[in-house]
Design a protein around this ligand. Structure first.
Ligand code: CMC
Length: 391
C-alpha cells in the first residue's frame, strides 16, 4: 500500500532515537547529555562541551589534554587547499566558501571517508575539529583580502581561532580574555540542538555512508538559509534597516504581521520553543555584559530590545507563541567583537560543528538505515508520449 498521510516540514515526525540533546519546547529546557545549557554556558569551555556532546561524558583532565593535543597535531591544512580558496571571488559568501572547502578537504584526507570503527571515526573527527576553524578563518581573510594566519598551537581552541581571524601580519597578537570568553559562550550555546534542519541534513547524508566531511559540508549549506542559521545575519541587516529608516519599530511590526507581506521578524519564532528560547535569555544578558565591558553603545541593541518588548505584548506574537530565538541577540555580540556580518553564520557553523559530529557518530554507531522518506504522488496518471512535432 502507498503512503496516505504526509507531515510537511516533519513537524510531528521523529526520525531517530538520540541520547545527545534533550529539549522541552514548552518549558524552555535545553540540555546536552543531561547538563543544563545554563550551567554549561557559565562553567564549561567550548572544547570540553564538544567532547561531552561527541563522546557522552565530560572529559577528565587527561582526556581533555589528549583530545586537545590530538586536535592540535592535525591543525595543518594542505597548502593546495589555498589554491581553491584563491579561486573564489572576494564577493563569495563565507558560508559557500566554508561548505566548498570542507568538501574539498576530503580529497586531501581520504582516510576520513570509509570509516566504520570507533577509532577511524575518532581520527576523522579530530581532523575535522582541527581544520574547520582554519577554513572558517580563511573564509573571513578572503573577504577582507588579508594574508592567511597559520594559528598558534600554544593557544586554546577558541583563542587560536580568534588569532587566525584577527592577527595582523606585523603585530604581536593579543586579545582580551573577556572577548574569548564571550565567543566561547556563544559557541557553546550553538553547539547542538537535536534534529534541526542542518543536523537532520548531516544525519541523512551520512546515512548513505558518505563520509563525515561530505555530511558536514551539506549541513553547512542547510545552515546557511535565513530561516535557519542565516537568521543571525538577517537579524542585524533587519535591525540596521530599521535604524536607517528612522527607528520606527512599529512600522516593521506591522509588516511582520501583514500576511500579504513576506517580511518576517527575523530572530523571532521557533519550531520547538513555544514559551522562550533558553539560549536567547542567556545571550541577551551576555550582550549587555559584553557591550558594557567593551564600552560600546550600539543603537541597534536598543532597537532589538524595543522590538522584543513590543512583540511580547502584541496579540499576533503572543497567540502564535513567537519569542526571540538564539539568533536575535547573538549578532549584536558578534558585531561588538568586530566580526563581519557575513561571518555570523560561519560562527554558528563552528559552534554547531560538535553537535553535527556527535549526531553523525551516533547515527553510524546505531547502524541507522539510509534515510529515505516517502511521498504522496499528486501528478498525472499514465499518458502516452507525443512526438515534439505533435505537441
Ligand atoms: N515573524 C512573523 N510571523 C511569524 C514569524 C516571524 N518571525 N515566525 C512565525 N510566524 C508566524 C507564521 O506566519 C505563522 O502564522 P500563521 O499561523 O498566521 O500562518 C505562524 O507564526 C507559525 O509559523 P510557521 O512558519 O508555521 O512556523 P515554523 O515552525 O514552520 O517556523 C521558523 C519556524 C523559525 C522558521 C519561523 O518562526 C521563522 O521563519 N522565523 C524567522 C527566522 C528565524 O529567526 N530563524 C531562526 C530560527 S532559531 C535558530 C536556527 O534554527 O538557526
Amino acid at each position: 500500500g502507498g503512503i496516505t498521510t504526509i507531515d510537511p516540514g516533519y513537524k510531528n515526525t521523529g526520525s531517530c532515537q538520540s541520547a545527545i540533546t534533550f529539549l522541552d519546547g514548552e518549558k524552555g529546557i535545553l540540555r546536552y547529555r543531561g547538563y543544563s545549557i545554563e550551567e554549561l554556558a557559565e562553567k564549561a569551555d567550548f572544547l570540553e562541551t564538544a567532547y561531552l556532546l561527541i563522546f557522552g561524558e565530560l572529559p577528565t583532565k587527561e582526556q581533555l589534554a589528549k583530545f586537545d593535543s590530538d586536535i592540535k597535531s592535525e591543525s595543518h591544512v594542505d597548502e593546495d587547499m589555498k589554491k581553491i580558496l584563491d579561486g573564489f571571488p572576494k564577493s563569495a559568501h563565507p558560508m559557500g566558501v566554508l561548505s566548498a572547502l570542507t568538501s574539498a578537504l576530503i580529497a586531501f584526507n581520504p582516510s576520513t571517508v570509509n570509516v566504520d570503527s570507533e577509532e577511524e571515526m575518532y581520527n576523522a573527527i579530530v581532523k575535522l575539529l582541527a581544520k574547520f576553524p582554519v577554513l572558517a578563518a580563511w573564509a573571513m581573510r578572503k573577504k577582507k583580502s588579508q594574508p592567511l594566519d597559520y594559528g598558534d598551537n600554544s593557544l586554546g581552541y577558541v583563542e587560536n581561532f580568534h588569532k587566525m581571524m584577527f592577527s595582523k601580519p606585523n603585530e604581536a597578537y593579543t586579545v582580551d580574555k573577556e572577548i574569548i570568553a564571550a565567543i566561547d559562550k556563544l559557541l557553546i550555546l550553538h553547539a547542538d540542538h537535536e534534529q534541526n534542519c542542518s543536523t537532520s541534513t548531516v544525519r541523512i547524508v551520512g546515512s548513505s555512508h558518505a563520509g563525515l566531511f561530505a555530511s558536514i559540508s551539506a549541513g553547512i549549506s542547510a545552515l546557511w538559509g535565513p530561516l535557519h542559521g542565516g537568521a543571525n545575519q538577517a537579524v542585524i541587516e533587519m535591525l540596521e534597516a530599521i535604524k536607517n529608516d528612522g527607528g520606527d519599530t512599529k512600522k516593521y511590526m506591522a509588516k511582520a504581521k501583514d500576511k500579504q507581506d513576506p517580511f518576517r521578524l527575523m530572530g523571532f519564532g521557533h519550531r520547538v520553543y513555544k514559551n522562550f528560547d533558553p539560549r536567547a535569555k542567556i545571550i541577551k544578558v551576555a550582550a549587555d555584559e559584553v557591550l558594557g565591558q567593551l564600552g560600546i553603545q550600539d543603537p541597534v541593541l536598543d532597537i532589538a530590545k524595543g522590538l522584543e518588548k513590543e512583540a511580547l505584548e502584541d496579540p499576533y506574537f503572543v497567540d502564535r507563541k513567537l519569542y526571540p530565538n538564539v539568533d536575535f541577540y547573538s549578532g549584536i555580540i558578534y558585531r561588538a567583537l568586530d566580526i563581519p556580518v557575513e561571518m555570523f553564520t560561519v560562527m554558528f557553523a563552528l559552534g554547531r560543528l560538535p553537535g553535527w559530529i556527535a549526531q553523525w557518530r551516533e547515527m553510524r554507531l546505531n547502524k541507522e538505515p539510509i534515510g529515505r522518506p516517502r511521498q504522496v504522488y499528486t501528478g498525472e496518471n499514465l499518458r502516452a508520449f507525443k512526438e515534439v512535432s505533435e505537441r
